[in-house]
Design a protein. Structure first.
Length: 249
């Protein structure tokens, strides 16, 4: 695989190009099997995948497309069977200075009172680490490696489950469906999603729903326990990230 970047100035001509002006060009080239011509128009569609059922989510490239479109950029594909594929991304540059991040209550603390958290994560190592984080903080922790196991565990658990902490993108069943199914059994359960690229899955009408709580991966022990604590205390009113998303990405 080869990755290269370059500053380029566009004249704005050509349907596949963004507007004129300075841009950054990012190209990712591999020497794999290539993408069939009939597949290329579909690769950015959410949930489209050529992998066997359960082996892929079809969200990787649609997420990339959403991010690029959100920044008024473009992404194109050049592929040849048996030779490889090149993805070319053009992103406009700007002279604007980023706004300072809003101050947060970094000293927010809560005393755990033994609440029960159900962690749903398909990556064994991350699930184990997250379990240790919450166990060390005084929570009772239940774990499941996938949505089906989480639903079965919830159905047979006699005690209260206060918080569902679930990954968003998992094989077979996405975290959003897991949350819906579990809330049908336990309407009062709180839900916290965790993901590195979750917006296209959780978005509704171009934005994240106001009652969606999301912590991005990778996260620190302090960040994940703070997010969980704020939800359990009722101090986290929706995810802070509700920026517009392209309707087609």
């Amino acid at each position: 695989m080869r990755i290269d970047t370059e500053n380029v100035t566009l004249d704005g001509r050509g349907q596949a190009l963004p507007g004129a002006g300075p841009h950054v060009r990012l190209r990712v080239h591999d020497t794999g099997t290539g993408i069939p011509t009939e597949v290329i128009p579909h690769v950015f569609e959410p949930f489209f995948t050529t992998k066997p059922e359960g082996a892929g989510t079809g969200l990787g490239l649609s997420t990339v497309y959403g991010i690029v479109a959100q920044t008024q950029g473009t992404i194109t594909i050049d592929s040849e069977l048996g030779v490889g594929t090149t993805f070319t991304i053009l992103l406009p540059t700007t002279e604007e200075v980023a706004d300072a991040e809003p101050e947060t209550d970094a000293c927010y603390q809560r005393a755990c009172t033994g609440e029960t958290i159900l962690i749903v994560e398909d990556q064994d190592a991350l699930r184990d680490v997250t379990e240790r984080i919450f166990t060390h903080s005084g929570y009772r922790v239940l774990t499941a490696a996938n949505g089906a196991d989480a639903i079965a565990l919830t159905a047979h658990h006699d005690g209260v489950i206060h918080l569902l902490l679930t990954d968003v993108v998992m094989p077979s069943m996405l975290g959003k469906e897991v949350a819906v199914r579990i809330r049908e059994m336990r309407p009062d359960i709180e839900v916290l999603f965790m993901s590195g690229y979750a917006q296209p899955v959780l978005a509704s009408q171009g934005k994240l729903d106001r009652d969606v709580h999301l912590v991005g991966k990778p996260f620190t022990a302090a960040a994940i326990t703070e997010a969980a604590g704020r939800i359990l205390d009722g101090h986290l009113q929706g995810t802070p990230d509700s920026s517009p998303l392209p309707s087609d990405g």
